[in-house]
Unconditional design. Structure first.
Length: 215
């Protein structure tokens, strides 16, 4: 199955409102890609949203995403963060990674919204191929975008190693407590696609939608 390319939904001339609408669509596409099998295995975590409040949020929520004992190497977990319509991938890579947490330093998470034009990328284990492009063999555990083939190295903080993406995938800042619970506590830089795209001011990631609840 081939994922559809969005009709330049968030091009340079689009308004912030249209970008937010696109992010809602992107979250929906995430589920489609999981079914399409772009990633080896995926499961999802539902994190409740904070009721709408007045005022401007200034800090990232601290949200439990999973625990060390629940994770299997190469099985991606999808969760929304920091807004309730923005998908991220958490995965235990099986080898130490930049920014990784857990006993082996191999658990990482990234915004799943591609930095090129906002499609949703999927996880591909090292040595495997995405179903949308069997000729591509992942040289490392990577994120692969089905729209134009951007490739993010998940061992190296989401660095772009292929395709047109102009910036790395924003990494979710994780913490693992003494019991092995894993929390998302912050993001990036860069900003998540659709939030002042291209900026390093991650405070903008908190704007334009409903934050997930701290747990
Ligand atoms: S949207 Fe173009 S490579 Fe991801």
């Amino acid at each position: 199955m081939t994922a559809e390319k969005p009709d330049d939904p968030v091009g340079g001339g689009e308004t912030d409102k249209s970008k937010r609408e696109f992010l809602k669509m992107a979250a929906a596409i995430s589920g489609v890609l999981a079914v399409a099998g772009i990633a080896s295995v995926m499961k999802s975590v539902v994190i409740p949203a904070v009721p709408a409040t007045s005022g401007t949020p200034t800090s990232f929520p601290r949200v439990k995403v999973s625990s060390v004992s629940e994770l299997s190497t190469g099985v991606a977990v999808i969760f929304n963060y920091p807004l309730n319509n923005e998908p991220n991938i958490l995965v235990k890579l099986g080898q130490k990674a930049e920014g990784g947490v857990g006993p082996d330093g191999d658990i990482v998470a990234f915004s799943q919204i591609c930095q090129h034009l906002g499609c949703i990328w999927g996880f591909v284990p090292e040595g495997k191929s995405p179903t949308v492009n069997p000729s591509f063999v992942a040289p490392a555990p990577v994120g692969y975008c089905p729209c134009h083939g951007s490739v993010y190295d998940l061992l190296e903080a989401g660095k772009v190693i292929g395709g047109p993406a102009p910036r790395p995938a924003p990494q979710v800042q994780l913490e693992a407590d003494s019991s092995g619970d894993i929390y998302a506590v912050g993001m990036g830089p860069p900003t998540i696609f659709g939030h002042d795209t291209g900026s390093t001011d991650v405070a903008d990631d908190l704007q334009g939608g409903t934050l997930v609840s701290s747990t």
